[in-house]
Design a protein around this ligand. Structure first.
Ligand code: FAD
Ligand code: NAP
Length: 534
């Protein structure tokens, strides 16, 4: 393939055209930087471009999962449901790209495969799958925490004669499951959403469950004019209040121990939260993430909900999760457990041997053969580090990111990694990212990076790098904070446990958004403390 050198050097190359990449481009344009997005997909939207599976939707109230940076955007956009669906989110994101005239600086169908730091010029050379090459002083990896699909290495998968779909690479055209025998592997947030919908269409649906999930009821509903007027009139206060909560979600957390009230009162409070709908159930008390005993109260509450929802006691038993609640991400559903009351749905819990192999006509699990026309893999992502490690990122003195992160990711504030000057990450490992409502978190990181680049330009610096001791202290703090919680106690993707061979390190920062924001601000106020500016 012919190697092309594209245009002159840019100030910034952004990799990824999801919510993060688009806002980054908008901010940099406003500051007069030359910037370009390179995006692997054929459209913008990131998560909401790739995950088109039936039932895909946000599990955060739309008012809190929307950009806050522009008044007019808020005014003119009218959300139609409490939790927006994937098509509505994709429409919104395309509208943002139109409205802020971002298209001229977005190059689609362009997968970045390498990023090499040229120390002599203090610039990054970015290479693509089609051998195009770009040069820029700064690189911003807006590659997403949940964008590298985890496709298990099932024996025989290639020989399956039916259709195979991974939810994170869902085709753009409508997929019809009418009259078909469908198998879904995976019962995380995605599996839960897809199972509810495919069950309504398929002739028969078999769900292969490795770990039962805690699924809370969404209570989704259409929004009316009154809802929208309320939000538009109060959005500043609502968003500011959300920013003060641990994860930036809509509800103010209750700062009370679940053990300080009677069991009955605890249940009453949980029931209230359940009826309000949403994943903020665990904000009902302040110690579900810290105390086994408190956590057990919430576990029991949800297990009872499952027993009530599922008619067949044997099936209900198989659906009961046994791990710490909140340890894996809480899932949101709409009559998820009731789906197992349908005659056309079978639940197959996987034993230790898991899925033994895929055959031409189905799969073998627990020694039994299941005939299938379609296989849906809702098996998640190589989270947080997957998309970055797919790119050959080479920093100072030939150090690769893969090597530097061999034993787990190491960053300062989840924004930069020592050895990789002028390379920023949006919602990188070591930042709260996936433990929070991600859109405000993305805006926070993008604003921090944009302000930083502006500062460097105004002060005639050409290089910024995370200082090693500062990074080491931050990584230690991230690990210590995680170790104090119950989140370490199960095999979650937060720990990399879903991908064979991945180091077990708790990747996001679990200190909460308010204190993280304060730290980031203090670092700037102290002259970019912990960064070396040249
Ligand atoms: P992404 O949206 O993942 O975008 C990254 C982009 O980078 C992608 O388009 C990808 O193609 C591109 N890219 C990656 N590598 C390369 C490369 N090498 N070259 C070129 N392009 C590349 N968060 C919430 O807060 N609330 C929710 O309800 C919620 N629901 C979710 C539902 C699903 C199904 C998933 C998967 C995630 C969900 N998330 C949710 C998390 C979600 O990922 C974030 O909210 C947000 O959309 C991330 O935006 P982003 O721009 O950082 O990354
Ligand atoms: P996930 O949470 O990692 O779930 C993957 C599922 O596949 C799990 O049930 C897992 O079992 C199973 N699995 C993985 N490998 C397997 C194997 N080899 N054999 C059998 N089963 C296997 O992934 P996800 O559901 O795609 O969700 C990822 C994240 O995306 C979520 O946690 C959330 O942050 C976000 N998301 C949000 C929403 C939303 O409602 N807004 C929707 C989708 C996704 P184990 O649990 O045993 O590993």
């Amino acid at each position: 393939m012919r190697k092309q050198e594209n245009q002159g050097p840019l100030d910034v190359i952004i990799v990824g055209a999801g919510l993060a990449g688009l806002y980054m481009l908008h901010r940099l344009g406003g500051l007069g930087f030359t910037a370009k997005i390179l995006e692997a997909g054929a459209g913008v939207g990131g998560t909401w471009y790739w995950n088109r599976y039936p039932g895909a939707r946000c599990d955060v109230d739309n008012m809190f999962y929307s950009y806050s940076f522009d008044e007019a955007l808020d005014e003119e956009w009218n959300w139609t449901e409490r939790y927006p669906s994937q098509p509505e989110l994709l429409k919104y994101i395309n509208h943002v790209a139109d409205r802020f005239d971002l298209w001229p600086d977005i190059q689609l169908n362009t997968r970045v495969v390498s990023a090499i730091f040229d120390a002599g010029r203090a610039a990054w050379r970015i290479g693509t799958e089609t051998a195009e090459s770009f040069s820029a002083r700064y690189a911003v990896m807006a590659t997403g925490c949940l964008s590298a699909a985890n496709v298990p290495d099932f024996d025989g998968l290639d020989g399956f004669q039916g259709r195979v779909f991974h939810t994170g690479h869902w085709p753009a055209e409508e997929i019809d499951f009418t009259g078909r025998r469908v198998g879904v592997v995976g019962t995380g947030s995605t599996g839960v959403q897809v199972i509810q919908e495919v069950a309504k269409q398929a002739d028969h649906l078999t769900v292969f469950q490795r770990t039962a999930s805690y699924v809370v009821e969404a209570f989704n509903r259409p929004l009316d004019a009154e809802d929208r007027t309320y939000f538009k009139a109060n959005r500043h206060e609502l968003r500011e209040a959300a920013k003060k909560t641990f994860g930036g979600f809509s509800t103010m957390a209750n700062d009370q121990s679940a053990l300080s009230v009677t069991e009955e009162d605890c249940r009453r409070k949980l029931e209230e939260a359940w009826r309000a709908g949403g994943i903020t159930l665990l904000a009902s008390f302040n110690d579900f993430a810290f105390s086994e005993e408190a956590n057990m109260r919430a576990q029991d509450f949800v297990r009872d909900k499952i027993r009530q929802a599922v008619r067949d006691p044997e099936t209900a038993e198989k659906l009961l999760p046994r791990h710490t609640i909140g340890c894996k991400r809480l899932c949101l559903g709409t009559n998820y457990y009731e789906t197992y009351n349908r005659d056309n749905v079978t639940l197959v819990p996987l034993g230790d041997e898991g899925i033994e192999r895929i055959t031409a006509t189905g799969l073998i699990a627990g020694g039994a053969a299941f005939d299938l026309d379609d296989l849906v893999l809702a098996t998640g992502f190589d989270a947080m580090t997957g998309a970055l490690n797919k790119i050959n990122i080479e920093g100072r003195a030939g150090l690769t990111l893969r090597k530097a992160w061999e034993a787990g990711p190491r960053t300062y504030l989840g924004l930069m990694s020592h050895g990789f000057p002028n390379l920023f990450m949006v919602t990188g490992p070591g930042s709260p990212s996936v433990l929070s409502n991600m859109l405000p978190t993305i805006e926070h990181h993008v604003d921090w990076i944009a302000d930083c680049l502006d500062h460097l330009r105004r002060n005639e610096f050409s290089e910024i790098e995370a200082d090693l001791p500062a990074q080491d202290r931050w990584v230690e703090h991230v690990n210590e904070t995680a170790a104090k919680t119950l989140r370490y106690s199960c095999s979650s993707w937060y720990l990399g446990a879903n991908v064979p061979g991945k180091p077990r390190v708790f990747m996001p920062y679990i200190g909460g958004m308010p204190s993280y924001r304060e730290t980031c601000t203090a670092v700037v106020d102290n002259g970019y403390e912990g960064f070396v500016l040249k």
